[in-house]
Design a protein around this ligand. Structure first.
Ligand SMILES: *Cc1c(COP(=O)(O)O)cnc(C)c1O
Length: 372
């Protein structure tokens, strides 16, 4: 057994395995109930990084009674992005014209308490070979698909040989230009990134990674080494972050995370507003919080460190980018903008209507004020 398999097999999966929880028998029984609704998994590597109760790693993986409280909240549902509704074949979401999401398993190195796929992740059961075959067949039969995102669960928990086979099948599809792997493995089970895994991955370029990091404490020396191995075999590394109340919903934590990612050759790609997923209400922040954080980042640090802030539109509308407003006024003569310091600038339009008195010609109809 390899180290990563051992760390996975020694996961905390029961209430009695959890670190830093109340001794109260009553509370433990509540957590047992939470665990029946939503599985628990903290692999032994991640467990060893948890420094105490309420630390940012602890909050992401240790269940709390709050998960049962919001089951009654009518806006929160089990599949808020309507992924099941956008599946032409099982475990494949075809929402956008030229790319698909292919879920190749339902297990993760840790089970995040705020998971958007809380309805299925960590439960027993597997994505069968037949299901996977149908997904790959669908891609083969749809020449408009030029980009596949392998997800799950976590694709990197699939054994080397099987991963090699799946990547090989996908690569045999001529119209499939790029393959992306969506994974939380490098940040939560870095021992999985072995020489052998790298020797498999590098055969399938162009291969991109979308990793998942929420807090700078996740970037331990082990994690930094795993990411370096992936970068060294030429995989462009990206990161996605969920905005989480009490974990990363402040500008200084977020800035530290994003700068640390860049330093490790990881390009921050998305910050997500938390989805309307059942059992996760207590992690949600206001949308304004995200916009305020973005405002504190843009211009204040490397542009490359600043990801897109998105809401994944409820019901399956896809990702929509939000920006703090920088347009004061926009008419046919000029655009009035503010910079990161709040200073105001005027940019003259190309139509050169200079002789006309601006004040008298600008009407309400020609003035566009962007929302927010
Ligand atoms: C996020 C997502 C994608 C990929 O979107 P990009 O903006 O291209 O990264 C594709 N399919 C689904 C269903 C998604 O949720």
């Amino acid at each position: 057994m390899e180290l990563w398999q051992k760390q996975l097999s020694q996961s905390a999966v029961k209430v009695k395995d959890l670190p830093f929880i109340s001794d109260s028998e009553e509370y433990r029984q509540v957590l047992e109930k939470v665990g029946e609704n939503y599985p628990i998994r903290i692999n032994s590597y991640f467990l060893s990084q948890i420094k105490g109760p309420n630390d940012p790693l602890w909050k992401q993986v240790v269940p709390t009674a709050e998960e049962l409280n919001d089951l009654e909240h009518e806006d929160l549902i089990s599949d808020p992005l309507n992924e099941e509704g956008d599946m032409p074949v099982p475990e494949l979401v075809h929402r956008y014209p030229d790319r698909v999401l292919l879920m190749i398993n339902n297990q993760c190195p840790i089970v995040c308490r705020f998971c958007t796929r809380k309805r299925k992740i960590g439960f027993p059961g597997i994505v069968t070979r037949e299901t996977l075959r149908q997904g790959i067949e669908y891609i083969r039969n749809h020449p408009e698909i030029r980009d596949v995102i392998m997800s799950g669960g976590d694709p990197l928990l699939v054994p080397d040989k099987e991963l090699d086979r799946i990547l090989g099948e996908l690569r045999s599809i001529p119209h499939l230009e790029i393959i992306r792997i969506g994974t939380r493995v490098p940040g939560t089970l870095p021992s999985r990134v072995t020489e052998n895994l790298c020797s498999i991955l590098k055969k399938y370029h162009p291969l991109y990674f979308n990793m998942h990091f929420n807090h700078p404490a996740e970037l331990t020396p082990e994690v930094e080494k795993a990411c370096a191995m992936l970068a060294d075999i030429g995989i462009p590394l990206g990161s996605q972050t969920v905005l989480l109340k009490g974990i990363n919903d402040n500008s200084s934590t977020m800035k530290e995370l994003l700068q640390k990612l860049l330093k490790n050759r990881i390009k921050p790609y998305y910050i997500y507003q938390a989805d309307l997923t059942e059992g996760t209400d207590h992690f949600r922040t206001s949308v304004q919080k995200g916009l305020d954080i973005l405002k504190d980042l843009m211009g204040h640090t490397s542009g490359m460190a600043v990801p897109y802030f998105v809401i994944d539109a409820p019901g399956g509308g896809g990702k929509v980018r939000l920006l703090p407003n920088s347009v004061v006024e926009h008419n046919k003569h000029e655009v009035v903008i503010t910079n990161y310091e709040g200073k105001v600038f005027r940019y003259a339009q190309a139509n050169g209507n200079k002789a006309v008195d601006r004040k008298t010609t600008v009407s309400a109809e020609t003035t566009c004020q962007l929302p927010v």
